[in-house]
Design a protein around this ligand. Structure first.
Ligand SMILES: *Cc1c(COP(=O)(O)O)cnc(C)c1O
Length: 366
């Protein structure tokens, strides 16, 4: 059997993409806020139901730019989760700030809001939670803590493309939310991302920081990276946006099939969808407790032996990776550490057949 990878990028028809880039080709305007970027920005603002949005070269750079434009003080502490992709933690450290790791709750793996306040010091300047696997954080509680202590909130919404919470686009929560449009995500622009922000006064600064901090040829007020999305990526995004609803529908059927196969089995924990959320079925994480007859690594190996690529996502957690392990102890976030040793995300992409879903489940159950 062909290898089943954990994810597989959705693609438009070749013709559709070629057609989309024809104009770019002829105009030779390849990047720097061209016509495709402007169109994509407009379409995404509408689709994601957010106040303001700018396209960014990738999700990581969107995080770094978010941190920069909120003017967080150098050396400030940012309360965040270790149960995430390294990008979240790196964006804090690379911006000269200090991550302070808060544990997660064991049901949906988002930041445990009951443990945030104990971590706040006079250096705390922001909270950077992650809507991990597309599970929405406790936004109300985070909002309340942020208001009480005068903290900024940046959501890493990389997993939540297209999700709604209480009928509003998920990117409209917090001071800033960022998305990743990496090829492995539910929606992609090959590489890409977006920054969504409430305060339209940030508009000019975000545009300038994204472009080396350049205001105009002779005025460069900020130290900025090159965060611009190119026109070929934007064109891919325009094509993929035409098909995204169908892609999410297909994912839904796959997730429902996984749930049917795996729910109720002793020792297997799957996430329950939260109320008031329109989910995007981005990931299917499964946690194996001590009651299961095999452990996570055994199941990972057995799937691999059958040419099935599950992923230990997220393992190791970011306070346990070499880059940070001398400064942090992953035992300080025991729930995150425990889940990281038990979790597997199973293959999930729009074109995964239900037959293969059942096969994957039968290997897990056998
Ligand atoms: C993918 C991802 C990022 C980084 O996005 P890129 O587009 O790959 O730079 C950041 N945070 C999380 C949680 C992600 O999954």
């Amino acid at each position: 059997m062909d290898k089943i990878l954990v994810t597989r990028s959705s693609m438009p028809d070749f013709e559709e993409y070629i057609n989309e880039i024809k104009e770019v080709w002829d105009s030779r305007w390849l990047t720097n806020n061209g016509v495709k970027n402007r169109q994509l920005k407009e379409e995404l603002t509408k689709y994601l139901d957010v106040d303001n949005l700018e396209t960014i070269v990738n999700g990581h750079m969107a995080l770094e730019i978010a941190v920069q434009v909120l003017d967080l003080p150098k050396g400030g502490e940012v309360i965040t989760t270790p149960f995430t992709f390294v990008s979240t933690t790196h964006s804090i450290v690379r911006s000269g700030l200090i991550p302070v790791f808060c544990d997660i709750n064991p049901d949906d793996y988002t930041i445990d809001v009951d443990k945030i306040e104990a971590l706040i010091t006079d250096k705390t300047c922001a909270i950077l939670p992650v809507h991990v696997y597309g599970n929405i954080c406790n936004i109300e509680a985070i909002d309340e803590i942020a208001k009480k202590h005068n903290l900024k909130v940046i959501y890493d919404a990389a997993h939540t493309f297209g999700e709604k919470y209480n009928g509003r686009g998920i990117g409209s929560y917090g001071d800033i939310s960022i998305f990743s449009f990496h090829a492995t995500k539910v929606y992609h622009t090959i590489e890409g991302g977006a920054i969504c922000f409430k305060d339209s006064a940030l508009q000019n600064k975000i545009e300038e920081v994204r472009d080396f901090g350049i205001h105009d040829e002779e005025s460069i007020p900020f130290v900025g990276p090159n965060g611009k999305m190119n026109e070929f990526c934007a064109a891919m995004g325009i094509c993929n946006l035409r098909h995204i609803d169908g892609e999410i529908e297909k994912r839904k059927a796959i997730v429902e099939c996984y749930i049917e196969e795996l729910q109720g089995i002793e020792g297997i924990k799957i996430c329950k969808p939260r109320e008031n959320v329109d989910p995007n079925y981005a990931y299917f994480p499964v946690v194996f407790t001590d009651k299961y007859k095999k452990n996570r690594d055994q199941i990972f190996d057995e799937l691999a032996a059958e040419n099935i690529g599950a992923r230990k996502y997220f393992y190791p957690i970011t306070n346990a990776i070499e880059a940070y392990s001398d400064k942090y102890d992953a035992k300080d976030t025991p729930v995150a550490l425990d889940i990281s040793k038990r979790v597997l995300t199973l293959p999930l992409f729009a074109d995964l057949s239900l037959e293969n879903v059942k096969k994957i489940c039968s290997i897990i159950k056998r």
